[in-house]
Design a protein around this ligand. Structure first.
Ligand code: ATP
Length: 344
């Protein structure tokens, strides 16, 4: 069942198109990470779902109901922000219980206790927010958002204010808590590692548009555009031209060498990028690269190299001196063609 559906959402601020014809569905009980660079329209999208911003065009559906005309309080969405937004004068328990004000007292008290257990803070019920660590504050914010059993949980960079170690541990806890509760979640982040780790589905935004949506590993392995390829991890993008196409394969000329690559869409004469990830390259004798710079990263060496004038990033298991040559092979199934211009 689709719990959240956005249909052709659009929003402008003056001459800025913040969100452009965005269509997206989120399946009940799953987590979709909405990811993209700063200013691509993520927060505006979330605010339109919550009813805090009215779209110029398009509709928002929650659990099969068109809520586009409803005020925020009638939409039953839970919100968690980067800055916690807890009520400073209320105890932890009363913060959590806040959205259940109209519930019978006994049920409210019981659910508050259950949620504080879930987020690991049963001993902190009577504390005030200023007596909590940053990670504890975000746990309280999560419990508060979940308390009234929202149709959908909207999280906007919830871990961004935490230090790196805490972010990692809270990230995996968050994932198991949301799984356990089966909460439908739209999770905004600009951190691709966080999105890949947490999400059931990934939606990549760029300049107000949804550029690609799918299973995280599919989007990572099969990006449709140069933007998605380089936003999700490191990418080699070599410019080339399609010389011929035949039987689902294209012969592409890149810096004077011909490569044969599978394709479903390329046509003769197309300008394209040959795309492969640095971790896919193996040592071999297909191409000889000139090493420019080497960085040690513990598990591997990150080698910035040059091949026929094209910058190339590869990961190697051994050190290579700048100025020397290394031989590599790019496995055939790891090379893809991407269009130079993405047809929107
Ligand atoms: P970030 O990751 O930096 O939070 P974002 O992807 O969430 O960015 P939005 O906050 O949705 O992006 O902003 C999208 C665009 O709309 C930006 O160009 C932003 O400057 C603009 N914008 C957002 N809100 C307003 C507003 N209230 N008035 C004018 N412009 C706005």
């Amino acid at each position: 069942m689709i719990a959240l559906a956005l249909m052709g959402l659009g929003k402008r601020f003056g001459s800025v198109v913040a969100v452009d014809n965005l269509t997206l569905e989120v399946e009940q009980g799953t987590l979709t990470a909405l990811i993209g660079p700063s200013g691509c329209g993520k927060t505006t999208t979330l605010r339109m779902i919550a009813g805090l911003e009215m779209p110029d065009s398009g509709r928002v559906w929650l659990r099969g109901r068109d809520v586009s005309g409803l005020p925020p309080e009638k939409r039953a969405v839970g919100l968690v922000f980067q800055n916690y937004a807890l009520f400073p004068h209320l105890s932890v328990a009363r913060n959590v219980a806040y959205g259940m004000r109209s519930w019978p007292r006994r049920v409210r008290t019981q659910r508050t206790a259950e949620l504080l257990d879930l987020v690991g803070l049963p001993e902190h019920a009577q504390r005030r927010p200023h007596q909590l660590s940053q990670g504890q504050k975000q746990r309280v914010a999560l419990a508060r958002a979940l308390a009234p059993q929202p149709n959908v949980l909207l999280m906007d960079e919830p871990l961004a204010a935490l230090d790196a170690a805490l972010r990692l541990s809270l990230r995996s806890e968050l994932r198991s808590m949301l799984r356990q509760l089966g909460v439908t979640t739209l999770y905004i982040t600009h951190d691709q590692a966080e999105a890949l780790a947490l999400a059931d589905r990934l939606a990549v935004m760029h300049s107000g548009r949804l550029e690609q949506e799918g299973l995280p590993h599919n989007v990572y392995l099969h990006p449709k555009t140069p933007f998605v390829a380089s936003f999700l991890g490191r990418a080699n993008l070599w410019p080339g031209n399609v010389v011929t196409t035949k039987d689902g394969r294209a012969t592409v000329e890149v810096a004077g060498k011909a490569f044969t690559v599978p394709t479903r869409t390329a046509q003769d004469g197309d300008e394209v990028y040959l795309f492969f990830r640095p971790e896919d390259v193996v040592e071999g004798d297909e191409l000889s690269l000139r090493v420019v710079e080497v960085e040690f990263q513990g598990v591997r060496w990150e080698v910035h190299a040059e091949w026929n004038g094209l910058h190339t990033l590869v990961y190697l298991s051994e050190h290579a001196d700048p100025g020397t040559s290394v031989g590599i092979t790019i496995p055939k199934d790891r090379v893809h063609l991407l269009p130079k211009e993405y047809p929107h």
